[in-house]
Design a binder for this molecule. Structure first.
Ligand SMILES: [Zn+2]
Length: 472
């Protein structure tokens, strides 16, 4: 360099000037392609990729990409595009397409990098306090709370909830996200034009799942082992509770199979849905149930599962022993058929009316203890003895399943139990085996549609059972 300057000094002044001008022009020409590249990148930015970047040099391109990709995964993941969100991202200026979008948009060079951070609402937090912690201005708080949905939801934030705040690289607010529920997210966008809000919904998809089990210890354990939730086990017992006394009639070797819905939002498990179809084999008798579009369950042939009487006035989950058909009578200590059925459970267990009817007795004596008799119609009467507490009065009408009292040990007993009697035309019958009045079939005009659904679901159930069997 020094040599060049010495050489220049030897030249005439005119030549010196000429050479200097030449050097300046050369430098300018050398620099120009870079300027062009930047210009084209800027153009590309606003026109969404219509200008070719071929000349701008792959080096700078790949650095841009490297800058874009580190956008936290969590940032893109929670919001798969619902149709609304897609429309939004197409219309929006490309500066803020990062959110729901396709990899394409994210990978576009020169996309500004945004930084997303989750803030947990602390005890005693207000939105203003949280925003301050997030480094946002009082103006952001003010403007956002002018938006109706934001006002409604963000001013009621609770400790433990999370708010996602997205900022530009320059530290300016870009977005606020708040989960309204597992499916919907409130999203607030800050643009040059101002603040806007929208609710973005995840797509909920329903999948059908199969489970089956053979009972070896008790129904509850079999359900748990089959992967059912407590809620599903109770649902299953409710569906078949009109036909099967889950408290006393379940035996080893009984089995069940069910098809149920599982809801997923963006591929992530959300919650269990309805039981769609089920079958239960109890002591060799097979019962089936199919859920129809009206939300009710019918047998595969279309008879209502709901009947005039519950098989058992006590929920099975309370009843202590359900596996000993030769269980000793809690009063006499002998195996003996007597005029009713005894349900042994904890004092205080709720007792349900087996069917709708009128309370013809609600009283106390030294043998029965506290007792309730219900007359359902001219044919049927049910009796409930040894109650701790009576919840109904004589003359009162009760609905099926209504809690009429609690299990106790009043009267002539040695231990707490419910003594339950079922009387048909004045004759005591075994409530566990008595033939109950037939339930109504599905409406005639629904029958064709129901049977089509039923056949399809029962076939699927059968098919799953076969697959399971083959796998064992
Ligand atoms: Zn008894």
């Amino acid at each position: 360099m020094a040599k060049v300057i010495t050489l220049l000094k030897l030249l005439p002044r005119f030549h010196q000037i000429l050479l200097s001008i030449l050097v300046v022009i050369t430098l300018a020409v050398l620099l120009m392609p870079t300027d062009n590249a930047q210009a084209s990148r800027a153009t590309n930015h606003s026109l969404s990729g219509t200008v070719s970047l071929a000349d701008s040099g792959s080096n700078s391109n790949s650095t841009e990409n490297a800058n874009v990709y580190p956008v936290p995964l969590a940032f893109r993941k929670p919001l798969a595009p619902s149709s609304e969100a897609i429309a939004q991202s197409v219309n929006a200026p490309s500066g803020q397409t990062l959110s729901h979008s396709t990899i394409d948009t994210v990978a576009t060079p020169a996309e500004p990098v945004e930084i997303s951070k989750q803030f947990t609402v602390r005890k005693g937090d207000t939105l203003a306090a949280l925003f301050k912690r997030a480094g946002l201005s009082a103006r952001d708080v003010y403007e956002i709370t002018q938006l109706p949905k934001a006002k409604k939801n963000l001013l009621k934030i609770l400790p433990g909830e999370e708010i996602e705040i997205v900022k530009t690289q320059a530290g300016e607010l870009s977005k606020v996200r708040y989960h309204l529920n597992p499916i919907s997210t409130l999203e607030i966008n800050k643009q040059d034009s101002g603040y806007s809000e929208q609710v973005v919904d995840k797509q909920v998809e329903s999948r059908t799942k199969f489970a089956n089990a053979t009972i070896s210890s008790n129904f509850w354990n079999a359900g748990v082992n089959a992967g059912l939730t407590p809620n599903q086990i109770m649902q299953l017992a409710t569906i078949f509770g009109w036909d099967i006394d889950f408290a006393l009639d379940i035996r080893q070797g009984d089995n069940f199979a069910i098809l149920f819905e599982e809801e997923y939002a963006d591929g992530q498990f959300l919650q269990n849905g309805n039981i769609l179809a089920a079958e239960f084999v109890n002591q060799g008798d097979k019962y089936t149930a199919v859920r129809y579009t009206d939300g009710n369950y019918y047998s595969a042939e279309g008879r209502s599962m709901r009947k005039a009487f519950l098989r058992s006035p006590v929920d099975f989950k309370y009843v202590s022993s359900s596996f000993n058909p030769r269980r000793l009578h809690p009063v006499t200590g002998q195996v003996k058929a007597h005029r009713g059925v005894d349900y042994v459970a904890a004092v205080g267990t709720p007792i349900k009316a087996a069917g709708k009817g009128r309370v013809i007795k609600s009283s106390y004596n030294q043998y029965n203890g506290n007792y309730v008799f219900i007359k359902h119609n001219e044919t049927y009467t049910t009796k409930y003895l040894h109650l701790k507490k009576r919840n109904v009065k004589q003359g009162q009408t009760v609905k099926q399943g209504q809690i009429i009292g609690t299990l106790g040990s009043t009267g002539r007993v040695t231990g707490a139990h419910l003594h339950y009697e079922f009387i048909v035309n004045g004759v005591h019958r075994n409530p566990r085996t008595v033939k109950l009045p037939q339930s109504l079939p599905i409406a005639q005009k629904e029958k064709t549609q129901f049977l089509a659904l039923s056949q399809q679901l029962m076939a699927k159930l059968e098919q799953n059972k076969q697959v399971q069997l083959a796998a064992q």
